[in-house]
Design a protein around this ligand. Structure first.
Ligand code: PLP
Length: 397
């Protein structure tokens, strides 16, 4: 048998972390890496946050899991915290980002089908280079063919529009449109923030045509950009938001947030999840929200993000053949390269023990834990400078 026990769907590298220490990961051979990937925007409190660990330990000792057939004081408390701090009136908890997006899609469709099961308004307009997850609905929602290959037929009901192209979005709205699904800042697509005009324009279209504005904030949400949710930068109020990754700080947790109006179709029996919202996940989510949902924490993220961005912009000027620009918000930054970004990120990882993540559009992502300190910022620039100075662009790149 040649297949590995772990289904071989990931191109796993030689780094094999066994322990975390704040903003560092320690490999099984003892090598220490600076973690500027954070499990792809997950470990926002680093790897040894006492509040998060304590909350999970305490809840594990008290009650780990009960069915959603029972009342949930823990779920009610976290849902209330999210409602108090966001546009939302109601929350459905999931275990992952893809499930949160699935719930968001169902909520948007149910909005229109509620009271009119035969409505034509079932199509969701989505955007090029988006990433919404790996379930059938979420791969169908993305135009990226590499994710479709081998899994056809896709689910119907998604219409692709060029990202940030408002005129095209306008032209695609029809009597079949239910809403838009968009990442305000594309993550996997290369840390690409939507323009203000685009977000404003989508909101106007939604208001004019009674469409659902559904935001995928799985990567850009939960304080990553210096606001609790990235749409706050735009001053645009969504109807539905999918959130995950950072919200559990490393514990698998996601959620679909919605206004009362948007959730009108999500009535008894329409949706569910065995694990979604279980007490252990709620304890993790509450510890994260307690830490990040306050002005002081968000202001620190903004300040650190601006500091890193300014230094990155100076730094890339030293290597005009390698780097093109820096983009993003807060501590969700991307360095767009003039050459393929993957070999450079491998070089940083293997030769300088700096963990980052490659993304689309020749970008490497700068996604440190939000609790990063001055020492780690210095270490980052030392490693990045040494990495750029020693980098030889591979022939094929
Ligand atoms: N949406 C966005 C914007 C993401 O970045 C991701 C994961 O990278 C997902 C959805 C899917 O989340 P998960 O992998 O938790 O299912």
């Amino acid at each position: 048998m040649s297949i590995t026990p772990l289904m071989p769907v990931y191109p796993r590298c030689g780094v094999r972390p066994v322990r975390g220490d704040n903003c560092h990961l320690i490999d099984e051979d003892g090598t220490r890496y600076l973690d500027f990937a954070s499990g792809i925007a997950v470990n926002l409190l680093g790897h040894s946050h006492e509040g998060l660990i304590g909350a999970i330990k305490e809840q594990a000792e008290t009650l780990m899991h009960v069915s959603n057939l029972y009342g949930s004081p823990q779920g009610e408390a976290l849902a209330q915290q999210l409602v108090d701090n966001t546009f939302a009136d109601t929350v459905f908890f999931t275990n992952s980002g893809a499930e949160a997006v699935e719930t968001a899609i169902k909520t948007a469709r149910a909005y229109h089908q509620h009271g009119d099961p035969d409505t034509k308004r079932t199509e969701i307009i989505t955007f090029t280079n988006a990433f919404h997850g790996r379930t059938m609905a979420t791969i169908s929602a993305s135009n990226q063919e590499k994710m479709h290959h081998g899994f056809k037929p896709l689910l119907p009901g998604f219409v692709y529009c060029e990202f940030d192209n408002l005129d095209m979005a306008k032209s695609l709205v029809s009597e079949r449109t239910a809403g838009f699904l968009v990442e305000p800042i594309q993550g996997e697509g290369g840390i690409r923030p939507a323009s203000q005009e685009f977000m404003d324009g989508l909101k106007v279209l939604c208001d004019e045509h009674d469409l659902m504005l559904v935001l995928d904030e799985v990567q850009c949400g939960v304080a990553r950009t210096g606001k609790l949710y990235a749409h706050e930068h735009y001053g645009v109020t969504p109807d539905i938001v999918a959130t995950a990754k950072g919200i559990g700080g490393g514990f698998p947790l996601g959620a679909c947030l919605a206004t009362e109006k948007a959730a009108r179709g999500m009535v008894f029996g329409t949706h569910g999840s065995t694990y979604g919202g279980n007490p252990l996940a709620m304890a993790a989510g509450k510890a994260v929200m307690d830490a990040v949902a306050n002005e002081a924490f968000l202001a620190e993220v903004t300040e650190k993000g601006e500091r890193i961005r300014t230094r990155l912009e100076q730094f890339i000027g030293n290597y005009p053949d390698l780097f093109e620009l820096v983009r993003g918000k807060g501590l969700m930054l991307g360095i767009k390269m003039k050459v393929e970004s993957r070999p450079f990120f491998v070089h940083l990882r293997d030769n300088h023990q700096l963990l980052m993540v490659a993304a689309g559009d020749q970008t490497i992502r700068v996604l440190p834990p939000l609790v990063i300190g001055d020492d780690e910022i210095e270490e980052f620039f030392e490693k990045l400078s040494a990495g750029a100075a020693s980098y030889e662009v591979p022939e094929a790149a």
